[in-house]
Write a protein that binds this ligand. Structure first.
Ligand code: XMP
Length: 578
């Protein structure tokens, strides 16, 4: 049994809403997420309320709101990002459109360090911002407690009433002292007492699986990645091996050696469907269509297997290793904007969810927590320490283009007309890339914040031809391009493993973009990132020798014209390009 939640997080549609609840639980205090409009009377027993961020503007007619009576309960309230704007708006202040957006790292200047929320946090702090609207005037009784270079009202407080709000995301790891802010709110402001042991989660998860599955059995798709392997192991432990069957589908979109790895680690059936996926993706260039097609093909393979093995009856349900970012970035919580449709959230799967035929034990967990759960289950670190690899595989790293198009010179750099996905102010963007001369992260961040219509910045490591002479050509996914990417990815993985660099980064996607020359039509982009949970990430540099070694080998791959480095943090870029 879970204790009664001392902290309630009201979901205003933010990408990071469940992360807030998890961070509170990590502090040893049980917290739950509820719909933003939950009536105040249902929240009266909580010790504190947190209003999450969200993609809306308070002036949008459909924007999420909260029951204003929560401000009369005598309970402390903390607003984060959109939560700050909503509090200001509902309590008589003013919110206005910002002149420029503010995405990424910022330096917060604390005005009033006597504020209990800022106890132990003197002077300046690194914080993470992702917003366009700002509070223009604070409500009566509030004071401004923090500002950044571009945001005059970055933190406000009315300590007498227990009301606090911050424009930055204190729940993400890039707000360096975020845990301290949260702990100050939970313990000093709300007076919560520890009632939750994070180690309770394995028995709690096993019980949840048994409750969900009942007397049925589980048919589990396993990818060889961390999430599905941990979820599979949990189900096996909760239900017994004879009630759980694991199948790995070779989609032809996997990396070099992957199917052999899976064969080695698991007691799984391998289903070959390479032709089926390649045929379904022929001629497709749009990332969301790719994702939907892949998701639906997965469902088709699943139906085929279930039918051919006579499992098509009420006795079987589907197990998936879905984790929290898969659901929120697919627009799967009440109000989060659609950033990307993850393969395990397409229509066919939604139908199964609606009829209660899916079990997803890790769906409110983040990658780092999944690894911890895996360790508690005794899984090997060879498996648990693997970098994340997306379900749709190399298909979403093999970029396509509908048209031939030249690169275009601007004073800031070259606009490369390959579109990639980004996330800004909790909303999806889909925009061309800017190529600059130098591997300079600060410059890249500044350019994205100032140039409209660009969401990602790259710089060449080495090219066969000057970038200005390259061009983007119309193309979709082909076996040849997939092979080119697979080979390049294999080279990068080998060299980063040999040098130990793979242990220094959280993930290292390798992307193929249709930028090149007639003889060598594609280029490779290196995207090593640091992250904790994949929700935010920082592009990181690598040693010049390793960079040179990687690019020298990549330029020997047939069809590769250049090697680039992605300098974009998340936000404003996403980790994957599609
Ligand atoms: P983005 O690109 O959204 O990625 O910044 C965040 C993390 O999620 C992984 N990712 C996926 N994982 N199915 C998955 O299982 C997917 O459809 C998917 N798309 C992105 C990505 O590799 C990164 O670790």
């Amino acid at each position: 049994m879970n204790p009664t939640a001392q902290i309630i997080v009201l979901d205003a549609g933010g990408q990071y809403c469940h992360l807030i609840a998890r961070k509170v639980r990590d502090l040893g205090v049980y917290a739950e997420v509820r719909a933003s409009e939950t009536p105040a009377r249902e929240l009266a027993s909580a010790r504190g309320i947190i209003i999450s961020g969200g993609p809306s503007s308070v002036y949008d007619p459909d924007s999420p709101t909260v029951d204003p009576a929560i401000f009369d309960l005598g309970i402390p309230v903390l607003g984060i990002c959109y939560g700050q704007q909503l509090m200001a708006h509902l309590l008589g202040g003013e919110v206005r459109k910002g002149d420029t957006g503010e995405y990424g790292l910022a330096t917060l200047d604390l005005q009033d360090t006597l504020d209990p929320l800022f106890e132990g946090l003197a002077g300046t702090q690194q914080v993470w911002m992702s917003h366009r609207d700002v509070v223009g005037r604070v409500p009566e009784g509030f004071t401004v407690t923090g500002r950044t270079g571009t945001c005059d009202i970055a933190a406000i407080a009315a300590p007498g009433r227990g009301f606090y709000a911050v424009q930055f995301h204190l729940e993400v790891v890039h707000t360096t002292r975020g845990n301290q802010y949260l702990s100050n709110f939970v313990f000093r402001v709300c007076g919560c007492t520890p009632d939750w042991d994070p180690r309770n989660r394995v028995p709690m998860l096993e019980q949840e699986i048994r409750d969900c599955v009942g007397k049925r059995s589980v048919f589990f798709f396993v990818s060889g990645g961390v999430d599905s392997s941990v979820a599979f192991a949990l189900c096996t432990r909760a239900l017994g091996a004879d009630r759980v069957r694991g199948v790995y589908v070779d989609t032809g979109l996997m990396r070099e050696g992957e199917t052999d790895f899976v064969r080695r680690i698991g007691n799984l059936t391998i289903e070959h469907a390479e032709e089926q996926f390649l045929t379904a993706l022929a001629g497709i260039t749009d990332p969301e269509r790719k994702r939907h097609i892949i998701g639906e093909e997965f469902v088709r393979v699943q139906e085929r297997i279930i039918e051919s093995r006579h499992l098509m009856n009420e006795q079987w349900i589907l197990g998936q290793g879905t984790i929290y970012p898969d659901t929120i970035e697919s627009g799967g919580t009440a109000k989060a904007a659609l950033i990307k449709t993850h393969h395990n959230r397409v229509a066919g799967i939604q139908k199964l969810i609606e009829c209660g035929r899916i079990v997803e034990p890790l769906k409110s967990f983040y990658k780092d927590e999944v690894r911890e759960v895996g360790r508690e289950l005794g899984l090997s670190s060879e498996l648990l320490d693997r970098h994340p690899f997306p379900g749709p595989g190399l298909a979403i790293r093999c970029l396509c283009s509908e048209f031939d198009a030249p690169v275009r010179a601007t004073p800031e750099g070259l606009i490369v007309p390959v579109h990639s996905v980004g996330v800004q102010g909790d909303s999806r963007t889909y925009a061309p890339v800017l190529a600059i001369d130098a591997l300079d992260h600060a410059r890249a961040t500044e350019l994205i914040n100032t140039i409209a219509g660009v969401n990602r910045v790259i710089a060449p490591v080495e090219t066969n031809t000057p970038v200005a002479d390259m061009q983007v050509r119309a193309c979709a996914i082909t076996g040849e391009r997939l092979e080119r990417l697979r080979k390049s990815d294999g080279i990068v993985r080998r060299l980063s493993h040999e040098s130990g660099y793979d242990h220094q980064v959280w993930q290292f996607p390798v992307i193929l973009i249709p930028l090149g020359t007639e003889n060598a039509p594609d280029s490779i982009v290196l995207r090593p990132v640091d992250s904790v949970d994949g929700m935010t990430a920082q592009s990181v540099l690598m040693d010049a020798d390793l960079r040179r070694a990687i690019s020298a080998e990549l330029l020997r791959v047939e069809g590769v014209a250049g090697v680039f480095y992605d300098l974009t943090h998340k936000p404003p870029g996403t980790i994957e390009w599609e």
